[in-house]
Write a protein that binds this ligand. Structure first.
Ligand SMILES: NC(=O)c1ccc[n+]([C@@H]2O[C@H](COP(=O)([O-])OP(=O)(O)OC[C@H]3O[C@@H](n4cnc5c(N)ncnc54)[C@H](O)[C@@H]3O)[C@@H](O)[C@H]2O)c1
Length: 360
């Protein structure tokens, strides 16, 4: 979040207006109405929480893929098999959000019967920010755990080949009086897109983000783009990324690692994979008791002594929630470039732009 500094040209857009135009853009790409609404909801959710890397900034890319046949706008996800609480879903080359929404819905429904359930998704594509899925489980009084495969951007420890993705993981736990405790992160020190921004600006990247193609540390953005992103937490990040990648793909038979494609040529259509685990807390103990205990865990952090007096201590999800509250009141802050891209994409598709998109 700290990587998206405020600039004078930023614009404020009401969430409803952004949702409306995003949905209309995907409808104009011949997606079904319900799917357009889901995809728009996922992107605007990310923007609302300040995770702009996975918000409406993606519209031009997604539209390009939907038109170029990389993703089937009419792709229809379906359940391939169900064995007790083990479910395999095929996304039918739809956007990852569409197949993922079905997979999470199936996992939640099966967890009601079995206590917990896992849906493994194949035939998928990019799925956006993962907390959009895990929070759906938390809203149902369940723990949601979702992992995704991602294009390889990292090398194994000591290696010089780009064969491991940052493979993100989100976990959401429903609390009692507190909002859900929700973590959502990938296991690289930064995102490839963030390095591209530094490169465009001719700025050096922070130390510790990336290495050259020879595996030497670098702050040169061009060298970093030709090299590797460094794992978060050294060997721990590499081990976690590998595990999340394997869980996201091998259970459903999706493509793991380089079989998915690469950062230069892009992903191959419909080969991506994700997993969606729902754990019904009531199957273990009363939800209210779990929630009260989790409230205490969260309160302990919030009440803990900060190193710098007056600087509040946060738990996962706090920062995003604070941003969302401010954005809901004052409008979502988007860069002028993102707004321009949305408007020009809409115009190309003959989508009417409501005046209120531009007036807040
Ligand atoms: N679909 C994909 O292929 C894909 C690939 C990579 C990343 N992503 C998404 O990118 C987004 C951003 O990932 P990222 O790795 O840049 O995230 P990040 O490094 O910004 O970390 C964000 C997480 O850290 C938590 N956090 C921040 N400050 C904290 C604090 N002081 N104490 C405790 N927790 C704190 C946040 O609440 C959040 O859960 C995520 O939504 C992820 O799902 C998706």
């Amino acid at each position: 979040v700290a990587d998206y500094p405020k600039t004078a040209s930023d614009q404020r857009i009401r969430a409803e207006a952004l949702l409306h135009i995003t949905e209309a853009i995907f409808l104009a790409c011949t997606m079904r109405a319900a799917d357009s609404a889901l995809l728009a909801e996922s992107l605007v959710h990310a923007d609302l929480r300040g995770v702009h890397s996975h918000g409406t900034i993606r519209i031009p890319d997604y539209v390009h893929k939907l038109h170029a046949g990389g993703v089937d706008p009419q792709g229809t996800p379906f359940v391939v098999s169900r064995k007790s609480a083990a479910i395999v879903v095929d996304g039918g080359n739809s956007m990852g959000q569409i197949g993922g929404a079905l997979a999470m819905k199936e996992a939640i429904a099966a967890a009601r019967n079995h206590g917990l359930a896992l849906a493994a998704l194949r035939g998928s594509n990019h799925c956006g920010a993962l907390d959009w899925f895990t929070l759906q489980a938390a809203e149902q009084g369940m723990i949601g755990i979702t992992g995704s495969n991602a294009l390889p951007t990292m090398a194994p420890m000591g290696g010089v080949e780009k064969i491991i993705g940052m493979n993100p993981l989100s976990i959401a736990l429903p609390a009692g009086k507190e909002p859900p405790l929700v973590m959502d992160l990938a296991f690289g020190m930064t995102a490839h897109g963030k390095i591209r921004v530094y490169h465009q600006n001719g700025q050096p990247i922070p130390e510790g983000w990336a290495s050259t193609a020879e595996g030497e540390p670098t702050t040169d953005a061009a060298e970093a783009l030709g090299g590797f992103i460094l794992p978060a937490g050294g060997h721990k990040g590499i081990a976690l990324a590998m595990m999340i990648g394997a869980l996201s793909t091998l259970l459903s038979g999706a493509a793991y690692g380089t079989a998915l494609g690469n950062m230069v040529d892009g992903p191959k259509p419909g080969l991506d994979g994700q997993f969606f685990l729902a754990i019904d807390i009531e199957a273990f103990r009363p939800l209210a008791a779990f929630g009260a205990d989790l409230d205490a865990v969260i309160a302990e952090i919030h009440a803990s002594k900060p190193r710098i007096p007056g600087v509040p201590l946060l738990v996962a999800g706090d920062m995003e929630r604070q941003i969302e509250a401010e954005y809901r009141q004052n409008g979502i802050r988007l860069s002028a470039a993102t707004v321009d891209d949305i408007i020009s994409t809409a115009r190309k598709l003959d989508v009417t732009i409501n005046a209120d998109l531009l007036t807040l």
